[in-house]
Ligand binder design. Sequence first.
Ligand SMILES: CC(C)(COP(=O)(O)OP(=O)(O)OC[C@H]1O[C@@H](n2cnc3c(N)ncnc32)[C@H](O)[C@@H]1OP(=O)(O)O)[C@@H](O)C(=O)NCCC(=O)NCCS
Length: 213
Amino acid sequence: MKIIIRRENENDHRIVEELTREAFWNLYVPGCDEHYLANILRNHPDFIPELDFVAVVDDKIVGNIMYTKSFVADEKNNRINTLTFGPLCVLPEFQRKGIGSSLINHTKDIAVRNNSKAIIILGSPHNYCKHGFKNSIDFNIGNAQGKFPYGQLVLELQKGVFAGKKWRFHCSSAYDIDAKAAAEFDSQFPPRKKEYKASQEEFSIAVRAFLGK
Ligand SMILES: CC(C)(COP(=O)(O)OP(=O)(O)OC[C@H]1O[C@@H](n2cnc3c(N)ncnc32)[C@H](O)[C@@H]1OP(=O)(O)O)[C@@H](O)C(=O)NCCC(=O)NCCS
């Protein structure tokens, strides 16, 4: 199977939103908002178009990764700019074929070439530790409240860049979704049943889990 990774263009927008809806639907909550997030992210000042890629197999778009600007700040408010990806998704029937990994590796290589310092995300350790991500507690990077969420993961691109200081991570306000606007956006798509899935319980546990120091 040949996987082509290329930049997303305007003609891809709706297809990417459809595949995002397909990938996230009922996975973490009943329904999902990530297709709305993909839609609004592209016009947000923190969006990084140079890192917006789709994966194509046999001329079909089957995956997408989007990045935003983020940063960590120390106690004196010295900042280090970082990168955050999300949404990242692959159509269910194309998952477990290396497409998600290709999207991560491709964009990580660009980030390294651009001298980016680190990628910091909120996600499942299962999906990202195999790519070198570690919990942010290992770099003394708390969240904006100084806590260490289980899913706050860091991939250091410049070794030792966070050493010797305490940091707090600040992700883009783009991820603060307006639920009403998201529901309105979703009504443009074919109706789909919102249902409970066990994966939602796992997510609900993970987002309330913090590491202690
Ligand atoms: C998370 C996600 C993007 C991963 O994409 P993916 O294309 O399935 O990722 P990969 O194929 O690179 O890796 C997934 C698994 O398949 C395995 N794999 C990769 N290529 C494979 C192949 N050719 N044959 C068999 N297994 C393979 C990987 O080793 C990995 O295994 P693991 O989960 O046991 O560690 C995708 O599952 C997804 O879209 N999920 C729904 C949305 C989501 O949760 N996004 C992330 C938000 S945090």
